[in-house]
Design a protein around this ligand. Structure first.
Ligand code: ZN
Length: 473
């Protein structure tokens, strides 16, 4: 964690960054010795961070675009973190920047500075940032109090990343549920349904997915009542929490199967979004329902060909036990709609490999039955930097989910439009009048470390997006 403080003098001989949109503004911030670099600095290209060694300390200089978006400031923070992570203390001057710009920059620093290190017994040196303190010098800000909501957001992102990075032996459905329960200290209401309670409530599809594993399923229900004058739940969030997805009897190939510990990204993102809402004391009523199961093959496992009656009463023929996420989500969607009747329902899941083929690691897929909701989500994506691309829900995709012996099947018989047919399956569990959106984050859940705001490992993609959406709503 980096400490952010406000200071005055930028002209000291310490590691520093000076960034502004005009060369003259940068030059004014230099001390006498640094003035020697004026000629070089005048040749700087916009958007690059240049580093000069001044014998004892580094001067970083950046010429900013004249119009910087929030994401531009966050990315600048992320890039600076990469450059300055091995300095203990850095002074920063952004002459002319607004408070909001400084907060976004600081957010970028913290997003880029995340590390998951608990399993190293010998800590690799290069992996470790040494950056402890950033001093914002020469700003109108008196203190960093305004950063508080951003710190709440960072806390949520870190929480989700920690959960997703945990291996599946350390994060079973039961452990995940116990972790969620601890969030009550923030004023969140948390209810955990164990297997017996799930049976009583009718989570038959989710139970079928989990029945092959020794680690029994759970459902987590997290509520935030930020608007106690109103009974209505404005936002209902549903997350897929498959703590390990072996594929079940329709076993996956061993290549990269270890990555399937992250198949609970949707659940982690939704629970973390509630944590952020509590930390930011958002004045809205929000509920998250997450289905936590482990999908394993065994003598007790559900089989291809099984027919299961969902909580909604509709029957599902299981074609492929590896298309389990939609089964877990289906019951959670029915539950949240019938119990809480939220105005908007949004689900997030690492649902289909097909979405990665379509959109790569640039956009998450968005499906929605409501134009306004989709527009609001896309706008929140643009401004948060966590982008969404909308794909269609068409009758022809839906028809592919018809089964010969039950109301529907869980996998279409062609491989075409796999993300859309999955979304159409979910839509069959959306009740009349529910404004619903489905986020397929399968291509976005893990980072290769090339994007500076997402260090290698879990990205927690969606926490920033949903925070933006919830705040603006
Ligand atoms: Zn699967």
């Amino acid at each position: 964690m980096v400490e952010f403080v406000i200071g005055r003098n930028i002209k000291t001989k310490t590691d520093k960054l000076i960034a502004a949109d005009k060369t003259e503004t940068v030059l004014k911030q230099l001390n006498t010795e640094e003035q020697k670099l004026s000629a070089d600095i005048k040749k700087l290209k916009t958007g690059k961070i240049e580093t000069y060694n001044l014998g004892g300390y580094n001067l970083h200089v950046s010429l900013l675009k004249s119009k910087m978006s929030g994401e531009d400031w966050r990315l600048l923070g992320g890039e600076c973190f990469k450059k300055m992570q091995h300095s203990r203390e850095v002074k920063i001057a952004f002459p002319g920047a607004k408070a909001q710009n400084i907060y976004e920059f600081a957010l970028g620093i913290e997003l880029a500075g995340y590390r998951f290190d608990k399993y190293f017994t010998k800590k690799p040196q290069s992996f470790y940032p040494e950056l402890e303190k950033i001093v914002f010098a020469g700003t109108d800000l008196k203190n960093m109090d305004g950063y508080k909501p951003f710190a709440g957001l960072v806390n949520g992102v870190r929480y989700a990343r920690d959960l997703i990075n945990e291996p599946a032996n350390a994060l079973t459905p039961e452990i995940f549920a116990a972790d969620i329960k601890r969030l009550e200290y923030l004023g969140l209401k948390v209810e955990i349904l164990d297997e017996k309670a799930m049976k009583e409530a009718g989570f038959n599809l989710a139970l079928a997915v989990g029945q092959g594993s020794l680690n029994k399923p759970r459902v987590g229900i997290v509520s935030w009542q930020g608007n106690p004058d109103n009974d209505e739940i404005e936002i209902g969030l549903v997350g897929k929490g498959v703590t390990f997805d072996s594929g079940g009897i329709s076993l996956k190939s061993p290549n990269n199967m270890g990555e399937m510990k992250q198949d609970m990204t949707g659940a982690a993102v939704m629970v973390a979004s509630l944590k952020v809402a509590a930390l930011q004391k958002i004045k809205k009523n929000i509920v998250a329902v997450v289905g936590l199961v482990e999908n394993m093959p065994s003598g007790a496992a559900y089989r291809p060909g099984d027919v299961v009656t969902s909580m909604s009463g509709q029957t599902v023929e299981v074609i492929d036990t590896d298309a389990e996420g939609r089964l877990v989500l289906a019951d959670c969607l029915t539950y949240i709609q019938r119990k809480f009747e939220p105005k908007y329902v949004i689900d997030a899941a690492t649902l289909t490999g097909a979405i990665t083929i379509a959109l790569g690691s640039t956009y998450a897929g968005l499906f929605s039955n409501n134009v306004k909701l989709a527009e609001k989500l896309k706008a929140a994506g643009e401004s948060s930097g966590e982008l969404l691309w909308q794909l269609p829900l068409h009758k022809e995709y839906d028809e592919q989910m018809d089964s010969a012996i039950a109301d529907m099947k869980n996998l279409s018989s062609t491989r075409k439009a796999g993300s859309a047919t999955a979304a159409c399956f979910l839509q069959r569990f959306i009740e009349k009048n529910t404004k619903w959106a489905h986020l397929d984050v399968a291509g976005m859940d893990m980072s290769d470390g090339k994007k500076c705001l997402y260090p290698k490992g879990a990205s927690a993609y969606g926490v920033r997006l949903l925070n933006e959406f919830i705040t603006r709503l």
